[in-house]
Design a protein around this ligand. Structure first.
Ligand code: V07
Length: 262
């Protein structure tokens, strides 16, 4: 059993809680929202929030790995984020470089492998290089997969998958009726995660309760937990609280998952 101190979000009451270590969600996905609001509240520029948010990525990745999470997917940059002011976009594009420079040795020490899903070919060359270096330097790690969604959009992902399937039909490799759940799964950006491709738990920070085009297909049966903290304030305890909430909804009896998914 993992113990942690749970703080009630409305009453502020603190209670010791226990996590069931046999029921840790294998794939946790997080929409890291609220960096700008965190900065505004401190009269800091938005980029200060993004910088702090990157430090939170490090803390939360370590915490997830220590809890036994197998895949942690983080929504770092959406295909919609290009609409932000260019100074902010330029700063965001430097974060993978910064992350690579300061954090990859720690990832290797903790056996964490970096993966990226998204339209990375559209990113600046230096960003692509940092991403590819992080992937290459951690390729032999066998522990948790730290999967960044970078220039990712859920509808675009589905559109691309459908185009690939249509091509396979056109070239005779597939018939229209061969297109089923598994065929679509195989063409999505999560295909190489195998059985771990669908998040068990989706967390969104900072109070908004929307999906914002994130992993539309893969979250069909996920538990959703929304937290009030802005992403830079999210930490190990907040992750444990979200997993506790997940476990209350997704109980296991005698090692058999209750099938409340369908
Ligand atoms: C970004 C920090 C986290 C809060 C949300 C937005 C800002 C880590 C990465 C990253 C991505 C790929 C990679 C290594 C690190 C990142 C962007 C923004 C664009 F291989 N944090 N972070 N990328 N933020």
């Amino acid at each position: 059993m993992f113990s942690f101190l749970n703080k009630d979000q409305t009453t502020g009451e603190v209670e010791e809680r226990q996590l069931d270590e046999t029921n840790i969600p294998a794939h946790v996905a997080i929409i890291m929202d609220g960096n700008g609001r965190w900065a505004q509240q401190r009269h800091l520029p938005r980029i200060a929030g993004h910088k702090q948010g990157m430090n939170t990525v490090k803390t939360v990745a370590m915490a997830a790995s220590n809890l036994g999470v197998k895949v942690l997917t983080l929504y770092a940059f959406s295909t919609e984020n290009w609409k932000r002011p260019s100074a902010e976009v330029n700063y965001l594009m430097k974060l993978p470089v910064d992350f690579f420079g300061t954090f990859v040795p720690d990832l290797v020490k903790n056996n964490i492998r970096v993966k990226v899903m998204g339209y990375t070919d559209q990113l600046p060359a230096a960003t692509q290089k940092a991403v590819n270096d992080a992937i290459a330097d951690t390729k032999d790690c066998t522990g948790m997969v730290l999967n960044f969604a970078l220039n990712y959009g859920g509808r675009a992902e589905i559109v691309t998958a459908v185009q690939k399937l249509a091509e396979q039909v056109q070239t005779g490799q597939l018939t229209a009726t061969d297109i089923d759940d598994d065929a679509i799964d195989r063409e999505l950006m999560t295909a190489d995660l195998g059985e771990l491709r669908d998040p068990d738990l989706l967390i969104r920070t900072s109070g908004e309760e929307r999906l914002s085009n994130f992993m539309l297909w893969q979250v069909a049966y996920s538990e959703f937990v929304f937290t009030q903290q802005h992403w830079p304030d999210f930490d190990q305890t907040a992750l444990e609280q979200a997993i506790y909430e997940y476990q209350q909804r997704h109980r296991r009896f005698g090692g058999l998952a209750t099938d409340n998914t369908k």
